[in-house]
Write a protein that binds this ligand. Structure first.
Ligand code: NDP
Length: 302
């Protein structure tokens, strides 16, 4: 994987943005600020008012939106929304490039690429790794996959939204990376809310609890990189040395979290899911291994 650089020169050509949630609106404003004429479409037309005031043109139908630009960016809740909008406009897709930056499964991204190809359109899958207010800032980056030459052609424009990180030809790849990253993000958010609820039962306000929790969350990367072997190196080598911490030790803590949560009357789903990873590893005779051994609980669920 590398950042995708392109030497092709492009002028600020027209771009269509379909879907005007916070993300589509931020993308539209970023493209307008860079001088691109932007045509927008949204199922709920009133949601376009802000970006139209900023200079975007509102298309009356999805077909009009598609026909306004060769480059069509989609920012929707899921891929079904793309079909709901574009199934009546497929005759207009010929020769255009669809860049779908919506969340869905890798398989649905692959099916969508085949669907686009069936209508003589090119297709790129993308996963935006920052929230809407950060789109277009230097901190923004977006994973892409799909045909390399299509990425080359549109990279200068797409780079306005965030630094492109091109993963390869398979249209499912960028979606896989997005889902993997969001697994970490959503699990982390649920863990933060669980922990905040726990501390709340002891009288701590969220404004007191969260700074403590976030400081620890920030240090997790440093903790994982501190050992003589990074978890990635150990996992790729199939080695799980338990001389600094073991599955048994971590599993005991997972048990304590379940007991504490139960005694407080809070939801047990998250602690039980964590506990199950350690119990599975211990039951398979890996109690003396490092915590990385729990990857087996994910790879071979029982
Ligand atoms: P929203 O849910 O606010 O907007 C979704 C858009 O999809 C709206 O334009 C909505 O139209 C449209 N839509 C949903 N279902 C249909 C349908 N069946 N037919 C037609 N249109 C439909 O999402 P966001 O803007 O927040 O996010 C867009 C995408 O970007 C998502 O896939 C999200 O996972 C991803 N993303 C979002 C981030 C964020 O911070 N918001 C961060 C990173 C990625 P309508 O207005 O009519 O409801």
């Amino acid at each position: 994987m590398n950042e995708h650089h392109d030497t092709a020169t492009t002028k600020a050509g027209p771009v269509t943005v379909i879907g005007l949630g916070p993300m589509g609106q931020a993308m539209t404003r970023t493209l307008l600020a860079a001088g691109h004429p932007v045509t927008v479409y949204n199922r709920t037309a009133a949601r376009a008012d802000g970006v139209v005031a900023d200079g975007a043109a509102l298309a009356a139908t999805p077909r009009d939106a598609v026909e306004a630009s060769e480059l069509v960016v989609l920012s929707l809740t899921d891929y079904q929304a793309m079909y709901d909008l574009l199934d009546g406009a497929t005759a207009s897709l010929t020769g255009r490039t669809l860049v779908n930056l919506s969340s869905d499964t890798p398989d649905r991204s692959r099916q969508a690429a085949a669907w686009a190809s069936g209508h003589d359109a090119s297709f790129l899958t993308g996963g935006v790794m920052v929230p809407a207010p950060m789109v277009g800032t230097p901190a923004s980056h977006i994973y892409f996959s799909g045909p390399h030459e299509v990425m080359d052609r549109h990279s200068p424009t797409l780079a306005l939204l965030g630094t492109p990180r091109y993963l390869g030809d398979d249209p499912g790849l960028a979606q896989m990376m997005y889902q993997a990253q969001l697994t970490v993000f959503l699990a982390g958010l649920s863990a933060l809310m669980h922990a905040t609820a726990m501390l709340g039962t002891a009288g701590l306000k969220a404004t007191e609890a969260l700074p403590e929790l976030l400081a620890f969350a920030d240090s997790i990367g440093d903790i994982l990189r501190a050992g003589e072997q990074t978890p990635g190196t150990a996992l790729d080598a199939g080695e799980h040395p338990g001389h600094l911490s073991t599955v048994t030790m971590m599993g005991a803590t997972a048990d304590h979290i379940v007991e504490t949560t139960a005694s407080l009357g809070l939801d047990l789903a998250l602690p039980r899911a964590i506990q199950a990873h350690y119990r599975h590893a211990i039951a398979n005779g890996h109690g003396n291994d490092n915590w990385t051994r729990i990857i087996d609980s994910v790879r071979r669920p029982q």
